[in-house]
Design a protein around this ligand. Sequence first.
Ligand code: NOJ
Length: 787
Amino acid sequence: MHNLAIQKLALFITTLHSVLGADAPSKFPIPWDEAVVKAKTFVAQLNTSEKVGLVTGSYGSSRTLPCVGSIAAIERVGFNGLCLSDGPAGLGRSDGVSVFASGITVAATWDRRLMYERGRAIGEEFRAKGAHIHLGPSCGPMGRHGRGGRNWESFGPDPYLAGIAMNETIFGVQSVGVQATAKHYLGNEQETQRVATTAPDGSVIDAISANIDDRTLHELYIWPFADAIHAGTASVMCAYNRINGNYSCADSDTLTTILKDELAFPGYVMSDWDATKSTVGTANAGLDMEMPGNQTISGTYYFGDSLIGAVEAGTVTLDRLDDMATRVMTPYFRLGQDDGFPTPDPSSGGVFLTYIYGHESPLAGIYPAVPALDVRGDHAQGIRELGAAGTVLLKNLNGILPLRNKTSFGLFGNDLPDPALGSAYLVYGDDATGNEMGTLNIGGGSGTVRHTSLVSPLEAIRKKVQSLDGRMQWLFDNNEIADGRFRSIYPVPEVCLLFLKAFATEGIDRPDLDFQWNATRAVESTARLCPDTVVITHGPGVVLMPWANNENVTAILAAHYPGEETGNSITDVLWGSVEPSGRLPYSIPRTAADYGPPIVELPSNVTDSNAWQSNFVEGQLIDYRHFDANNDITPLYEFGFGLSYTTFKMGHNLTVEVVKSPLDPKADKRHGIAPGGLVDLWSITTTATIDVTNTGSRSGFAVPQLYVSLPQETTPRGTPLKVLRGFEKVHLAAGETQTITFSLKRRDLSYWDVNEKSWIIPDGTIGFAAGFSSKDLRAKAEVAVLL
Ligand code: NOJ
């Protein structure tokens, strides 16, 4: 590891310790079964209405907490209630908090350590603010559609990479005694018609139904949720949409049969906000907690009194209610939340209401207008590091980057300065283009986080250029740039840094895959002016870059949504104090049509309540699996791709060893079942080893990847040609070689047999390929794993 990275790591760890302080819970989590016993004992002392209070948002006698959802206190038994807060990239609707990098940026780091440390830092802020439950991380949507409005919140369309990011994040968040919520279960791939609507004649038009076959569910969409459960997630949030015809929060197949029985999930299923559709049906299907309960704006909720009525009528058994309440309380005890937890910061409620209703509104007075508790500690340092690590260098001609010996810079694009609308600028379903003037470092909706601090690219680059005694000219108006009106620019800068952005938000899907605000024309005209145009993009994932091959665009950096240190992160990469080490966690297609299945969009006058159907006919073949299956369509930049300021070579010998031969094709049930499913599925069966060498003159990070090809002949149709089943991020000094070992679990070599209802290692020869991207494979091996 080079010095700067070591210093940063040391600083980050020191920071964590200082923020954790003496308060840090050290003896948690306790084992699940001990927590269950404690929860059962606790629930046994409650009456029916108190039990119902544990499973219904804000239902009970005591105060409502300043949180996006809450479970009321039961003072009689010393229970102070639960505070639930968004979201996956930090504590939303609050002040005094950090804006962390979004999920897609985290995935682009391919770095387990950073994934964990970000989770831990987020957990620390939630804890310090008194939020017991973190409404994240998200692995649904996965990103079946490039235009999906919420893809940026999740970790991308590959289940293996997303699963590891879920695992690390959950361990991080829960390591400080905060509950994690894996969301949105299941098939929430489009925002369009994610909830039911009302037709002009008053009839209900149901939400979109994601129709997904059993194998695809297991091998793709449920896969990262299984990792979340294996990691011990406290909660799983069911989604707004329907899955195979049933509302997600009322689907017993996926909630009870798969989540609770097959995957042995011991925590609770929480509904998305207003996603509960009935009392008896949902409770019996497996929903354990309705949110936000009687805090709902619509006034309609289904647990509370109705659930008491159902229990009295026997349509929901008392056993089931006990199970629901026990599940809600189990993670609370497992994570030691009974052992002292900070009270919620009252400022959070006021911050949010002020944003929605303004300072004049009487509602703004509901919560005391007190200054917020500042819980950021030194997290900015880790955010800066992760923002740089999640930046992907896509093109670098003539070694233009890192910038050297240049002193005259042009700074172009509306993504450079502070947002004109201030520090909290993105709300649900706003115009999908977002706001015109200002940098974009996080998306919109419930996953957005208000800035207490923001270092814009303009601010950080200005400082850097000043330190070089350099000259900076600027033009932020994209229309002027697109029209080539560079009248204020003289002389032509040595390098033009053009910053583009693409906005995405919960509630609506993106209108297209393009960068916004005349971006394409802005690139073309900047490139005409400036023979060294470096394009830096801030976007939610899949985007189009029709200008990528323009010869005057000498470098491209995809910086995703990096969080509050965005300016510092990109400056570190541009001038090379940090190596670009991100790799694409999705593919960049040449055209929108190349990427895969379109979002279902129906005219607003449909009258058939069941009209919204999305058939996932492509099965598992999304993103790189789709490109692999369609040889004639090549992506512009493929999954796993990213350049470095140095170069790497991979050895030709990929050595594969079966750890315990012969293997039984089926997992051995005698080893038991634990959160995540059969224990055997998680055992290491195979290792693969390869050498990687840094062949350049600078140190840098290589990301060797391992892809597995199950035999087409002995598996049912629809098996992807290859799937990611291993990766490492390794720092190599110039000239250094390291041997990388990938460890594969039984699950990694199995397919889901829909008839047997079990994971099977197929007969025949399994292919292994190691490389630096999904298209850049350098070494191959074939092994009959069952031997
Ligand atoms: C709806 C969103 O889908 C979910 O992700 C979020 O946690 C809740 N609202 C609460 O804001």
